[in-house]
Write a protein that binds this ligand. Structure first.
Ligand SMILES: O=C(O)C1=C[C@@H](OP(=O)(O)O)[C@@H](O)[C@H](O)C1
Ligand SMILES: C=C(OP(=O)(O)O)C(=O)O
Length: 406
């Protein structure tokens, strides 16, 4: 097993982090640009493996599309290949084949896609066999498992002969990712009407325009640098995160608000955000429904700073790269921290230990965010991270950037 030892960082840091681009924005831009018939119009595309995989599969004539472990790539490409009538087998890692996709398949079938499950009903691999428009221009879709199904359907909706009226039913999670999809569609010339009171989105049949489009830096990746400042024992620790926009398409920009309670002040500098230290609150309660990818970052900081944390809206964590709730419970226990479900309505309580015990080593469960969320613990104690290369999924240069604060 490969590991990386992060010895306790003794000194202060004042430096810049050239953040990578957002894989979420990149993967949407790639699909919409392909549907617009655009060529080399996109700039600052993510180095993330999820995005590199999307680019490779969009350019490939192979009958098998292996997305590895990229959720957006699986969901967005399934809709794209289905509606453009391409016959493909969609597959991925064993974990990808455990992540549900039935809601998206049902929606695509209702529009006219011929899709078969190769193994288990409701899960990849999928065999896409062609598309014959059903005449349907209204669909209902559940919003409580993954917003990626909704984004996938929305992006292909302008191509449907009669457009689409999409009604989202049940609880809606990760809503900012749906707004991101709609705003990127609009950037490429699409007109959409939103009726959020009735969770109904109307997309007329129309053509996207191929336009030059630049991707912004990744706020989810930025969160680990907020952690580093929060956990530094030096009051003058300072980081400038380059490339972040003040008005971002990414819901994870809410990390500025969350971390203002956990000891980090952030100010826009015109070229990114400068982070400095401030006192943390005594306790924190946060609903992660709109920002599930931040939960691991925030749990580790709360545990290390001994801030009791109440979490809601983390149910979707169970169907991501790993069962992130189990992974967090197991690894936080190594620090003496408890993470327990306290009510049947999915409320969790994180209770930090009085003294932070040094973990033997942090298991990362094939999950990039486990590695990156636990790395900043090395501001306080020695940490060993198992399989550190998992970070390539979203942030291949993470360890190179981490050296800047070591
Ligand atoms: O649309 C996107 O780019 C994403 C949506 C979220 O997934 P869910 O909608 O499944 O919560 C998020 O966790 C994922 O990292 C990226
Ligand atoms: C959940 C994630 O990605 P995906 O669902 O696209 O695999 C993530 O990057 O944290």
């Amino acid at each position: 097993m490969k590991t990386i030892l992060l010895p306790k960082i003794q000194h202060s840091f004042q430096t810049e982090i050239p953040l990578p681009s957002s894989k979420s924005e990149s993967n949407r831009a790639l699909i919409i640009n392909a549907l617009a018939g655009g060529k080399d119009n996109l700039s600052n595309l993510a180095e993330a493996r999820d995005t590199q995989t999307m680019m490779r599969l969009l350019a490939s004539d192979d009958a098998v599309a292996d997305v590895i472990d990229a959720g957006t790539t699986m969901r967005f490409l399934t809709a794209y290949f289905a509606v453009t009538g391409q016959q493909k087998t969609m597959t991925g890692t064993p974990r990808m084949c455990e992540r549900p996709i039935g809601i998206l398949v049902d929606a695509l079938r209702a529009l006219g896609a011929d899709i078969e499950y190769v193994k288990a009903e409701g899960y990849p691999p999928l065999a896409l066999k062609g598309f014959n428009f059903s005449g349907n221009n209204r669909l209902q879709i559940r919003g409580d498992v993954s917003s990626q199904y909704i984004s996938a359907i929305l992006m292909i909706a302008p191509l449907l002969p009669e457009g689409l009226v999409l009604e989202i039913t049940g609880e809606l999670g990760s809503k900012p990712y749906i707004e991101m999809t709609l705003k990127q569609m609009e950037a490429f010339g699409a007109t959409i009407s939103r009726d959020w009171d009735n969770t109904t989105l109307t997309v007329p049949a129309q053509k996207y325009e191929p336009i030059p489009y630049a991707i912004e830096s990744d706020w989810s990746g930025a969160s680990y640098w907020f952690s580093a400042v929060a956990l530094s024992e030096n009051e003058d620790a300072e980081l400038e995160l380059l490339g972040l926009k003040e008005n971002s398409l990414q819901g994870d920009s809410v990390i500025t608000d969350i971390m203002s309670h956990l000891g980090v002040k952030s100010e826009y500098t015109g070229r990114g955000f400068k982070l400095t230290k401030i006192p943390a609150d005594a306790a924190l309660e946060w609903d992660f429904t709109n920002c599930p990818d931040l939960a691991q970052t925030v749990c580790v900081v709360a545990a290390a700073k001994k801030v009791p944390l109440t979490l809601t809206g983390i149910e979707s964590l169970k169907v991501k790269e790993t069962d992130r709730i189990f992974a967090l419970q197991t690894e936080l226990a190594k620090l003496g921290t408890k993470l327990e479900e306290i009510e049947t309505n999915h409320k969790y309580l994180l209770t930090p230990a009085d003294e932070l015990t040094a973990p033997t080593s942090i298991h990362t469960y094939d999950d990039h965010r486990m590695a990156m969320a636990f790395a900043p613990l090395s501001l306080l104690i020695d940490v060993v991270i198992e399989e550190p290369d998992v970070v390539v999924k979203s942030y291949p240069s993470f360890w190179k950037h981490f050296e800047k604060i070591q």
